[in-house]
Design a binder for this molecule. Structure first.
Ligand SMILES: Cc1cc2nc3c(=O)[nH]c(=O)nc-3n(C[C@H](O)[C@H](O)[C@H](O)COP(=O)(O)OP(=O)(O)OC[C@H]3O[C@@H](n4cnc5c(N)ncnc54)[C@H](O)[C@@H]3O)c2cc1C
Length: 455
């Protein structure tokens, strides 16, 4: 027997959860299918030995849609904000140096030399035109500013978001605001200031958040709202299109198989899975989505007794330029940002290893990764003893890479999608990997589905 649903969402990470929730909120009987036993995708919070670990994302930006969602779900009183002025450090010449947080602080900072500062002035006073061809973040930074800015700040910042390689990441796809700023104003800095001024409403400082019980609070709240509309441990075996334009989706779980006919089908699965699931409809989905790279990342959480750490850990954590010769990409000082991350008298530090510039790192054994991180961060933080606790999570396909040509690949996908009215894609490979961007996109897709079903 075939069950009919107006909307079926496949993939219960944050993208799929939010999309299904928003559809149901607007009165549409949407169902969500997730292949694993728990929803949330890469968002996972785990308590062990008194430590509250984030196995995937460590925190998230407080976007307006996310805050509104927390209010609707009744979890806004669980929301925690990291100290907004917590300094971020970057490793320069063996020392952790604070990253300047404001434009004036930037100009007086010893992190960058006179010629980089002069390049910033040249950008403010001058006029440049971005090239027609897709430009890498590295080429853009060298063209507009300096190799030093690329090495010391832009490269580490990019690896903090994408675990990617600035020589391969596309500026236009990964940081569209910077591209648009130069295109519109002839200057990146003037363009960005203009963009900030044009935004309506009160000016907000970017803030970083988590929840008292970890990031998974948001996932649990969404899953609770969905109730029986969320089917876990259920995977999609096949998708085909019916003559009436609806989608026939064959689902499988431990109880057997079932056919669902969906008027609207939303894929919120990782892009390689999406490509495969849609290959029977059109082979160009798999060709375009399968060619987008992922970065593998190892997340290494180490717990230390505070008395064994010489550094004050007063800050957000640090990033490491690739020229420093370490394998650690950066570290987040969890217990300095949010309460109850470590037992009394202990500190929790989470470091990232791997990314596209060090793919071999994710092949290392978990004990090797833990000792590598301990070895590399100990001299930087004056750590005198072995960690009291460790946990390693390897994500072989952690973050999609918005590399050169990403825009063209997505255009191919959008063209293929347009041949199947009622089919939508959402997820972290489309409009930014951050949780806030995934939420914004999932809400936008839900709204499009709602409009189509109402028409
Ligand atoms: C290590 C790491 C650190 C990060 N740090 C941050 C950070 O600090 N801040 C931030 O904002 N973002 C961060 N991110 C990015 C952000 O967490 C992700 O981009 C986002 O959570 C992705 O959500 P998603 O729903 O699009 O995809 P996913 O979380 O990948 O969810 C996809 C879901 O689809 C399911 N699925 C797969 N195949 C099938 C199938 N055949 N049928 C049904 N279901 C299927 C999967 O099980 C999964 O639940 C980080 C990511 C990682 C990995």
């Amino acid at each position: 027997m075939t069950r009919h649903v107006p909307a079926l969402v496949i993939g219960g990470g944050i993208s799929g959860l939010v999309c299904a929730y928003a559809l149901r909120k607007s009165g549409i009987d949407a169902q969500l299918v997730e292949s694993s036993p728990r929803p949330g995708g890469v968002i996972k919070s785990v308590s062990r030995d008194g430590f509250l670990l984030e196995l995937g994302p460590q925190s998230f930006s407080g976007t307006p849609a996310l805050r509104e969602l927390c209010v609707e779900l009744g979890v806004s009183n669980e929301l925690l904000q990291a100290p907004p002025r917590a300094p971020r450090f970057v490793l320069i010449e063996g020392e952790l140096r604070p990253v300047p947080l404001s434009p004036p602080a930037f100009f007086v900072s010893s992190l960058i030399d006179g010629s980089t500062k002069w390049a910033l002035v040249r950008d403010i006073l001058g006029k440049t035109i971005p090239p027609d061809a897709d430009e890498s973040i590295a080429a853009f930074t060298r063209r507009k500013f300096s190799a030093q800015l690329l090495d010391r700040l832009v490269g580490p910042f990019v690896s903090g978001i994408y675990a990617g390689d600035p020589e391969r990441l596309s500026l236009r796809s990964a940081f569209p605001q910077l591209y648009e700023a130069e295109k519109a104003a002839g200057s990146v800095i003037r363009g960005m200031l203009g963009l900030a001024k044009s935004k309506t409403g009160p000016r907000e400082r970017p803030t970083l958040h988590s929840f008292r019980e970890g990031n998974e609070t948001l996932v649990r709240a969404l899953a609770n709202k969905l109730g029986a509309a969320l089917l876990t441990e259920t995977s999609v075996a096949q998708i085909s299109r019916q003559n009436d334009g609806s989608f026939d989706v064959h689902l499988e779980n431990k109880h057997g198989g079932e056919s669902v006919s969906a008027q609207s089908l939303i894929l919120a699965t990782p892009m390689d899975v999406t490509g495969k699931l849609l290959s029977r409809l059109d082979s160009s989905f798999e060709a375009a989505l399968g060619s987008i790279d992922y970065a593998a990342v190892a997340v290494v959480s180490l717990g230390y007794r505070k008395k064994d750490i010489g550094h004050s850990l007063n800050g957000f954590g640090f990033l490491v330029p690739r020229s420093a010769g370490l394998r650690v990409l950066g570290s987040v000082w969890n217990s300095s940002l949010f309460p109850r991350r470590a037992p009394q008298g202990n500190a929790l530090l989470t470091s990232f290893v791997g990314g596209t510039t060090d793919p071999a790192a994710s092949e290392l054994k978990t004990e090797e990764l833990a000792s590598l991180v301990h070895r590399e961060i100990s001299p930087l933080l004056s750590i005198k003893n072995e960690p009291a606790f460790s946990n390693v999570t390897i994500w072989p396909r952690a973050l999609p890479q918005y590399n050169l040509g990403h825009g063209d690949r997505l255009a191919t996908v959008a063209k293929a999608c347009s041949r199947f009215p009622g089919l939508w894609l959402t997820g972290n490979y489309l409009r930014g990997p951050a949780i806030g961007s995934c939420i914004d996109q999932a809400l936008a897709v839900a709204e499009e589905v709602r409009k189509r079903l109402a028409a």
